[in-house]
Design a protein. Structure first.
Length: 110
């Protein structure tokens, strides 16, 4: 599914979106960035509460196409700028990680 199709199903707030045709094939939920580097599948949406630019660096290493920040956490400008440079979408939701993970899993099973 493309990122654009994914966002049609999941009404997350979009802070950056460079490539709406990026393929999303999985989701991965973690706040431990070393875990993300070791286990996150490529073409994923990373679901996390980590709201800093190091999250973007790790998502780049894991070939994530989007980062979904939960609990309505504010996204600092340096994270937005880094994501734009790396062509990673930054999404935001007031949902907790469990609820967001469920929504992502449901969308990807369509």
């Amino acid at each position: 599914m493309t990122l654009e199709e994914f966002l049609d199903v999941c009404p997350f707030e979009v802070l950056t979106l460079i490539d709406k045709n990026a393929q999303i094939t999985a989701g991965y939920t973690s706040d431990l960035l070393s875990d993300v580097m070791a286990n996150c599948p490529a073409e994923s949406v990373l679901i996390t509460v980590q709201n800093h630019k190091n999250t973007v660096a790790v998502a780049t290493l894991a070939d994530c196409k989007a980062i979904l920040v939960c609990h309505g956490r504010e996204i600092p400008q340096d994270m937005i700028d880094a994501a734009g440079s790396e062509e990673i979408a930054i999404l935001k939701t007031p949902l907790n990680q469990f609820e967001a993970s469920y929504m992502v899993a449901k969308a990807l099973s369509i």
